[in-house]
Design a protein around this ligand. Structure first.
Ligand code: ZN
Length: 254
C-alpha cells in the first residue's frame, strides 16, 4: 500500500476510534474499548515491526543480477572491534557500510577515519542509540537524534528498526532514506558464531541486506563479534556471494 495512504488511514482511524470511544463508552463499553484497542494496535504495529512500511518506505534489499549482498555493521565505531573488523573485511575483499552511533564516532575519531580510509561507507545510526525510547520520542528529539548522528551518506537506520510516526517526515526533509534489512545475524543475543553465520547465509540472496554488530561484549568476550564476521564472510564466500556497496540508486523497498 502507498505509505501516504496507509499513514492517513491509520491516523484517520485513530481519530475515529477516539470519537467513537467517548460517544459510545457509556452504552457499549466493550465495543468502544475494542475499537480503541484496535486503533492502538494499528499505530504500534508499523512502529515496532522493523520492516513494516505503513509509516513510510523502508529499504529492505537492492537490485542486482549478480550474487551480491550489502553487509551492514551497526553500533560502532569501537576501539577493540573496528580495527579487527577492518582486517577481516580486507582479508575477504569485502566492503561494508558501518551504521555508527554519533557519540561513539565523536569519541573514537581514529576508528571512524580508518573505516573511511579502507573504502567502506559510514552511515547514521542516531546520536545516542536510544533503543528503549526511540519508538516513542517526540518530533524534536527524533530530529536531534538524526542531526547529531553521522551524515556522510544519505542512509539512516533507527535503533532496533523501531520508528514512530515522526521519523519518516524528518528523514524526508533531510533527504535521508530509512534502511532496514533482509536478514540479521541476531549476533547481539546469540552465543554461537557458527549459528549467526548460518542464519545470515540462510537469508542471503542476490540483493539482500545483511545486519551484524560491533562494539558489544568487548569486555566479557571481545572475540565473539569478530568471529561472527569471519564465519559469516567465510560462509558467504563459499556460497559465491560478494559483499558490495550497492549505491543509493539500486535500493528497493518491499
Ligand atoms: Zn543499533
Amino acid at each position: 500500500m502507498n505509505p501516504d495512504l496507509s499513514r492517513r488511514l491509520i491516523l484517520g482511524f485513530a481519530l475515529f476510534a477516539a470519537v467513537f470511544f467517548f460517544t459510545l463508552v457509556a452504552f457499549h463499553p466493550l465495543l468502544a474499548l475494542g475499537v480503541l484497542f484496535l486503533s492502538h494496535l494499528l499505530i504500534l504495529f508499523p512502529t515496532l515491526v522493523a520492516n513494516c512500511q505503513w509509516w513510510g518506505p523502508v529499504v529492505t534489499h537492492f537490485e542486482t543480477d549478480e550474487r551480491e549482498v550489502w553487509l551492514t555493521i551497526d553500533d560502532g565505531p569501537d576501539p577493540v572491534h573496528t580495527p579487527r573488523f577492518l582486517e577481516i573485511l580486507q582479508r575477504f575483499e569485502a566492503k561494508a557500510t558501518f551504521f555508527v552511533i554519533g557519540q561513539r564516532a565523536a569519541k573514537f575519531p581514529q576508528e571512524l577515519e580508518a573505516i573511511r580510509e579502507a573504502g567502506h561507507e559510514i552511515a547514521n545510526h542516531t546520536a545516542t542509540h536510544p533503543s528503549a525510547t526511540f519508538w516513542c520520542l517526540p518530533p524534536g528529539r527524533v530530529a536531534s537524534e538524526i542531526d547529531r548522528g553521522a551524515r556522510p551518506t544519505p542512509y539512516f537506520r533507527s535503533p532496533a528498526g523501531l520508528k514512530n510516526f515522526f521519523v519518516h517526515p524528518a528523514l524526508a526533509r533531510r533527504g535521508l532514506r530509512l534502511i532496514g534489512w533482509t536478514v540479521r545475524g541476531l549476533d547481539t543475543v546469540s552465543q554461537n558464531a557458527d549459528a549467526v553465520a548460518a542464519r545470515v547465509l540462510r537469508g542471503a540472496k542476490p540483493g539482500a541486506i545483511l545486519l551484524l554488530h560491533e562494539g558489544h561484549r568487548t569486555a566479557s568476550d571481545p572475540d565473539f563479534h569478530p568471529r561472527c564476521l569471519e564465519r559469516t564472510l567465510a560462509a558467504l564466500t563459499r556460497a559465491n556471494y560478494r559483499c558490495v556497496l550497492p549505491g543509493a540508486g539500486a535500493l528497493k523497498c518491499r
